[in-house]
Design a protein around this ligand. Structure first.
Ligand code: F6P
Length: 367
């Protein structure tokens, strides 16, 4: 091993959960113990475990039989950024944020963690960057159903979410057809349309609305009316939670005040359904798929991808290649500096081939 000083590593899962997290924990633990002779500590609830000093040793037995399980055996949090952590409430009732990095560094030292494997998205990589700047060795593994992490063509969890959302769209397709309705289905993805475009294409949605292409409500209504005139008496619309009308705003579901990234999108499908029904007279319903998209067992592809990513993370540890994020580029596993991806989001480019493909099969993108 290039860096003999490392004898104990921590592993954490941060941000929103997704299928495949356990597959990474499993391979990191097994390979770090079995191949490198390291000790592995599981940090509970992402960076919250580092803030609260909550972690436990992991053995190979602890990670046996978790490959297919959804979620994360370590727990996670999408509110615990040590650089901006809500420690209480001010006189106005609003959360007070503090930088608790010093406390985290004490806990890392106290537990004798020589390096940390951070499994997460852009927020987690931002947390890792903060630690790297304070001298902590980190390795990043890219997860998110949104597929919006910079520098990687794919995150694990995304393919399973596409499969889940496609199955939901398929089910709604059949009821749309029976009832001759316009069905507006809302998918997650924050400011990126990867999940909605992929699942929408897979399910043959008639209209797909993504954040990268502001929609024109007239065009959306026109697509429904044209289909009705052609005797197709239903329309299936897949809309991303981050989609917005041209010149308009995204619909915000809630503000999570104690989160460093407080905006939670949601509700655009309800707004759209009302507008479509009012303008066209067609019977319209809205469905928000919500967190069902993050749950369940990972599909085979994600089990293998997550395991490849976790294996690469252990190889980077063995080589002493610190502060790298494992990535998937042009069909191969590689790595880039964690700092280069922190707090940045990868969205669809206007010339992405999937957008041209959608237009080629007469899908309206609402523009
Ligand atoms: O980043 C994953 C994600 O599921 C997004 O698609 C969604 O906008 C957000 O998390 C929802 O966050 P929460 O679980 O806090 O409601």
């Amino acid at each position: 091993m290039a860096n003999q000083k490392v004898s104990r590593i921590g592993v954490l899962t941060g941000g929103g959960d997704c299928p495949g997290l356990n597959a990474v924990i499993r391979v990191v633990t097994k390979a770090a113990i079995g191949q490198l002779g390291l000790e592995v500590y599981g940090i509970e609830d992402g960076f919250l475990g580092l803030i609260r000093n909550r972690m436990r040793p992991l053995t190979r037995d602890d990670v046996s039989n978790i490959l297919t399980a959804g979620g994360t055996i370590l727990g996670t949090s999408n509110k615990a950024n040590p650089a901006k952590f809500a420690t209480g409430k001010g006189p106005d009732g609003k959360p007070v944020f503090e930088d608790v990095t010093e406390r985290v560094l004490e806990h890392i030292q106290d537990r004798r963690l020589d390096a940390i494997v951070c499994i997460g998205g852009d927020g987690t990589m931002s947390g890792a960057t903060n630690l790297i700047r304070r001298g902590v060795k980190c390795i990043g593994v890219p997860k998110t159903i949104d597929n919006d992490l910079m520098s990687t063509d794919l995150t694990f969890g995304f393919t399973t979410a596409v499969q889940t959302a496609t199955e939901c769209l398929d089910k709604i397709h059949s009821t749309a057809s029976s009832h001759h309705r316009v069905m507006v289905v809302e998918l997650m993805g924050r400011n990126a349309g990867w999940l909605t475009l992929s699942a929408g294409l897979a399910a043959g949605a008639d209209v797909i609305l993504i954040p990268e292409i502001p929609y024109d409500i007239e065009k959306v209504c026109d697509a429904c009316i044209q289909r009705d005139r052609r005797g197709k008496r239903f329309t299936l619309i897949a809309v991303a939670e981050g989609a917005a009308p041209r010149g308009g705003q995204q619909v915000v579901d809630k503000i999570v005040h104690d989160s460093p990234d407080p905006v939670r999108l949601g509700g655009v499908s309800t707004v759209l359904a009302e507008q479509i029904s009012e303008r066209t007279g067609l019977e319209t319903r809205a469905t928000i798929l919500g967190h069902v998209q993050r749950g369940g067992t990972p599909v085979a592809f994600d089990r293998v991808l997550a395991t490849r990513f976790g294996h690469k993370a252990v190889q980077l540890i063995a080589e002493g290649q610190w502060n790298q994020l494992v990535v998937w580029q042009r069909g191969a596993v590689d790595c880039v500096p964690i700092e280069s991806v922190a707090d940045r989001q990868r969205t669809l480019a206007p010339d992405d081939p999937m957008i041209a493909m959608a237009r080629a099969v007469d899908t309206s993108l609402g523009d």
